[in-house]
Design a protein around this ligand. Structure first.
Ligand SMILES: [Zn+2]
Length: 221
């Protein structure tokens, strides 16, 4: 039997590889392959190159989805970063606003009593106790406290830092009237029935006495 030339076998190899040749062709190819190393390596090459193509294909698909995942992840982290940035910015704003408010707007600091002068205290005929107040340095608000022992404190307060706008170098003078009986009625309405026995102006730490029960005040309307 004459040996079939290698190029004929190699022409047939694709058909053989794809298993679309006849039984007799298959037999011829296998007989040749059994004795020809060249054609065997040609077949191996074909197999490995086809495998490679498959692997490449899979790799491409993987890369495709990988890229999509990265894109998704990227846009998600961009959003997360954006939201995180917004939260940080908002928190900073909040801290600044709260800080400003605590320092410049929160009226918690009683005006020192050496900045306060009380004068012209008198008893009005309608039962009110009237007096004049002179305050230096500016104040924003007045806080009232009734202690259980019946002492009533009228405390001018200002923020920890008085801004230049609110600071007054010229003393502020104002008049005030307090009626101990009306005060008692007011507190009774709010659940605290205590007889008002003394009235002070300023911080409870350094109070300035206005009136005490039994004290005789000059009369005057
Ligand atoms: Zn051959």
């Amino acid at each position: 039997m004459t040996r079939i030339p290698c190029d004929v076998i190699q022409d047939l190899l694709p058909l053989y590889y794809d298993e679309i040749c006849s039984e007799s062709t298959k037999q011829l190819v296998e007989e040749h392959l059994a004795v020809c190393a060249d054609c065997r390596s040609a077949l191996e090459q074909m197999q490995s190159s086809l495998n490679l193509t498959l692997q490449e294909k899979e790799l491409n698909t993987l890369e495709g989805s990988g890229l999509q995942n990265i894109k998704k992840w990227w846009s998600r982290t961009r959003w997360i970063a954006f939201i995180r940035g917004m939260i940080v910015a908002a928190s900073l704003c909040g801290i600044l606003i709260i800080g400003y408010w605590v320092l410049f707007r929160w009226n918690i600091q009683p005006v020192s009593s050496d900045q306060i002068k009380i004068f012209d205290i008198r008893a009005r005929s309608n039962g009110e106790i009237a007096f004049q107040i002179q305050i230096r340095g500016g104040y924003a608000q007045v806080k009232n406290t009734l202690k259980d022992d019946g002492s009533y404190y009228i405390t001018p307060v200002h923020p920890l830092i008085v801004s230049k706008r609110d600071k007054t170098n010229t003393p502020v003078i104002s008049g005030m009237y307090v009626n101990p009986l009306n005060l008692r009625a007011y507190y009774k309405n709010h659940g605290k029935d205590t007889e008002i026995t003394s009235i002070y102006y300023g911080s409870p730490d350094q109070p300035i006495l206005i009136w005490k029960k039994g004290m005789a005040l000059p009369a005057g309307d």
